[in-house]
Ligand binder design. Structure first.
Ligand code: SF4
Length: 221
């Protein structure tokens, strides 16, 4: 694997981080192409295909991040780990260049391929996604307190499932960053807030900031 290795990229852009505990920070996004899952509520359908976008070298991707003028980079998708060791190499090069690196992954692939220092934001797919069976729960043995787990919730069944996963894998002992995010517009934020106030689970609620700023259909933000 060399700096001239390539990755398939759907889009790159500078925006406001809309999710995770880094929400609100300026962030340079690299959206890799292709996903192995087909979640029912997917909001990045245009990145699902492994033939979308174009091939780019790791060198040019790091140069693009440098030109953005911000220090926080998120590699997302699609599913970034579906592109294998080249995605890990991109993280390595970005970390070596001094960036703070987030990887948002759908939770189905082994996060162990990512270099130390990468902040891993794992989805835990819930029943309404149709992909809950695809989760790699072995990943939870590798979590550090800097990593984050995001549960996207459409309804009460998802909510109860997420709480059960947290209990079963003792996730609150592994990371303080457990995020419950309602699907836009299926689960009204007020409803989720009411459940959280009643039950007091060890999570933080999060709304997708970018959808409030630019609207739910906008790409490249
Ligand atoms: S994992 Fe993400 S990109 Fe893949 S289908 Fe699900 S929501 Fe879409």
């Amino acid at each position: 694997m060399t700096e001239t290795s390539t990755l398939r990229v759907t889009e790159k852009f500078l925006s406001i981080q809309g999710e995770s505990t880094h929400a609100g920070r300026l962030c340079y996004f690299i959206r890799l192409s292709g996903c192995n899952l087909r979640c029912r509520y997917c909001d990045t359908l245009y990145a699902q295909s492994f033939t979308s976008g174009s091939e780019e070298t790791i060198t040019s991707l790091v140069a693009g991040a440098r030109a953005s003028g911000v220090n926080l980079v998120e590699i997302t998708g699609g599913e970034p780990l579906a592109q294998g060791p080249a995605a890990a190499q991109l993280c390595r090069e970005l970390l070596a260049a001094g960036f703070e690196v987030l990887v948002e992954t759908n939770g189905s692939a082994d996060i162990g391929i990512l270099p130390p220092g990468t902040i891993r934001i794992l989805d835990c797919k819930t029943p309404s996604s149709g992909e809950a069976e695809q989760m790699n729960f072995d990943n939870y043995e590798q979590l550090t307190p800097r990593d984050e787990i995001k549960f996207v919730l459409s309804n009460r069944q998802d909510y109860d499932y997420a709480r059960d996963i947290i209990r079963r894998y003792r996730l609150e002992e592994k990371t303080p960053h457990l995020i419950f995010s309602p699907v836009w517009p299926a689960l009204p934020p007020r409803q989720l807030a009411a459940w959280l106030i009643a039950d007091r689970p060890p999570v933080r609620m999060q709304l997708q900031l970018h959808k409030y700023i630019w609207g739910p259909e906008q790409q490249g933000v």
